[in-house]
Design a binder for this molecule. Structure first.
Ligand code: ADP
Ligand code: ZN
Length: 544
């Protein structure tokens, strides 16, 4: 980039002498420059892109339009702690002030802020900025004496109710602009689609901000989705592609994490589990062993990763369905932060959708409401769509989620849809779909409760007692799908559920808890009338 302008000299000198770095990464210099000029700045950068330098470097400069203390607001304690320690090791006066800070320490921080030896950067949690808090009184003091350089709002997407990471305390951050109108604000995030970005800019009241957005494409990551069949297949993948390398496997429940880590150890892999319910000491130990290479694989819930900075993660596996594309992107984004190739493999099974939907509906979160549940359901269905869409480049699909256009020729076959292109078979299954929908329609009319497995058996013409006993072998649909390969048959039923042509309804019976029975979906008529088609692409037998 063109490293010129009135502040270029000081910026470049700090890059090398204070931070020990050789060159700027994309948008860093530009964002720093805009901050030095006293502007509001918005930075959208993928995880690992180097957001912190964008506010740490201007904080140590003296030649900019503003002077004084840089206030950094972040929701992630561990991350703030790492940063403050990192800054201290560079002899930068950085201070962390949270609810964990002892009274003695807090006293010291307060007096330093009133003294002439003020910290360069003050990291606070958003909770500290509440109305009439001590922190706010101190900020007002700094404001009056013109010693507030800048507010930095890290993880700025937490302010948006659109996102999954919405934080109550972030709601309050509009006070920064209202109470300290002349202090520039810099907002940074790694996760934001168009709607969220607009929401952030508005809620923080940024005024004509300098906006820096960069591609979310992670060129060194390979994205693959494969059918989930067995743990053994995954073990084989790890042993052949990533022997003795570092990786993360994400699962949705803590029991599943513990069980899988145990299975992996039995198969000779160095694995440990990690989830939110472990006590801090155990968490610390596991993270440490993983960081220093004693443990290769962490099997974790999404509680793992916030603030984890390990550069040589060679693979990230999702062994359950991710809850939304944002999360999927962030979690896979922890692979290959050193820029070297890394694999992101998602083991997909449609049956994994139901437990997640149940989790969303059964939430104990008191802040939830029908709209938010609907949004979360739509978000997980977007993941299913991603998994099942094996004809469009995976990068194109992922980046589209962030509102970014991506030409598949730039994928360089680093996703399994591009790599397997030409091997996929696509065919029209509208006729077969109609037969299945009519079958479900007839059961609905006769008020007969039939599960998806029973329906599939009837359709493929299974000669079993269960089918015969109910007289299902006499139905016109019996055996109508006998020529369809087994994988396609599964795909067809999944697709019909996905398209809302069919739905599974939970029914509580006296003998069993929730049994799922098939019913006509909202869109069933569109397919029966032929106004919509059902196309399936699938990997023929023998193709991974
Ligand atoms: P983010 O907050 O965007 O996830 P960080 O600010 O934590 O990213 O930076 C990620 C890693 O990249 C850190 O290890 C950091 O030291 C490194 N880094 C940042 N900027 C540069 C640069 N210009 N040159 C080399 N390494 C950098
Ligand atoms: Zn691709």
């Amino acid at each position: 980039p063109d490293l010129t302008g009135p502040y270029a000299k000081e910026i470049k000198s700090h890059l090398t002498s204070t931070f020990g770095l050789a060159t700027f990464r994309k948008n860093q210099f530009e964002a720093i420059n805009a901050a030095m000029a006293g502007r509001d700045v918005f930075v959208l950068m993928p995880t690992g892109g180097g957001k912190s330098l964008c506010y740490q470097l201007p904080a140590v400069c003296t030649g900019g339009k503003t002077k004084g203390v840089t206030i950094v607001v972040s929701p992630l304690l561990a991350l703030m702690n790492d940063q403050v320690n990192g800054l201290k090791s560079k002899s930068i006066n950085a201070v962390l002030w949270t609810s964990n800070t002892s009274e003695a320490e807090a006293q010291q921080i307060r007096s330093s802020l009133y003294s002439s030896n003020k910290p360069t950067l003050l990291y606070v949690t958003p909770e500290r900025l509440k109305v009439s808090s001590t922190t706010k009184n101190i900020l007002s003091h700094l404001y009056r004496i013109n010693e507030l350089a800048r507010f930095v709002v890290d993880e700025a997407h937490c302010i948006s109710t659109w996102g999954q990471d919405f934080r109550e305390a972030y709601q309050n951050l509009h006070i920064l602009r209202e109470e300290f109108p002349n202090v520039p604000i810099m907002a940074l995030t790694a996760t934001a689609d168009r709607k969220t970005v607009d929401d952030i800019l508005e809620r923080l009241r940024l005024s004509s901000p300098a906006v820096f957005e960069q591609s979310f494409n992670r060129t060194n990551l390979n994205y693959t989705v494969v059918p989930k069949r067995s743990v053994d297949e995954m073990v084989t993948f790890i042993k052949t592609k990533h022997p003795n390398q570092t990786g993360v496997i994400y699962r949705t429940g803590r029991d599943k994490c513990e069980k899988l880590a145990h299975q992996l150890r039995q198969k000779g892999l160095k694995a440990a589990h990690f989830h939110a319910r472990m006590d801090n000491e155990d968490k610390e130990k596991v993270q440490q062993e993983w960081k220093n290479g004693q443990c290769h694989i962490i099997v974790a819930t999404i509680a793992f990763g916030m603030g984890i900075d390990k550069a040589d993660v060679r693979f990230v596996i999702h062994f359950d369905l991710p809850k939304n594309m944002d999360g999927y992107y962030q979690e896979t984004g922890r692979a290959g932060r050193d820029g070297q190739p890394a694999n992101c493999v998602l083991y997909y099974a449609y049956r994994d959708l139901q437990p997640i939907l149940k989790m969303i509906r059964d939430t104990k979160d008191p802040h939830t409401n029908p709209a938010s549940i609907e949004r979360q359901e739509a978000a997980v269905r977007a993941v299913v769509r991603y998994c099942e869409n094996n004809s469009v480049c995976r990068r194109t699909q992922i980046l589209q989620h962030f509102g970014e256009k991506f030409d598949k020729k730039d994928c360089k076959n680093q996703c399994n849809n591009c790599a397997d292109q030409g091997l996929l078979e696509t065919a029209d299954y509208t006729q077969q779909a109609k037969i299945v929908i009519r079958l479900v329609q007839s059961f609905e009319r006769s008020q007969e409760n039939v599960t998806i497995d029973q329906c599939r058996s009837i359709f493929k013409g299974a000669n079993t007692a269960a089918v015969r006993d109910k007289g299902h072998d006499q139905l016109p649909a019996f055996g109508a799908g006998k020529d369809i390969p087994k994988e396609v048959l599964e795909l067809l039923f999944n697709k019909l559920l996905f398209l809302d042509a069919l739905v599974e309804k939970s029914v509580q019976t006296t003998t069993k808890w929730h049994v799922q029975y098939l019913r006509m979906g909202k869109k069933a008529q569109d397919y029966l009338s032929g106004s919509k088609k059902v196309e399936l692409s699938h990997r023929p037998k023998g193709v991974k």
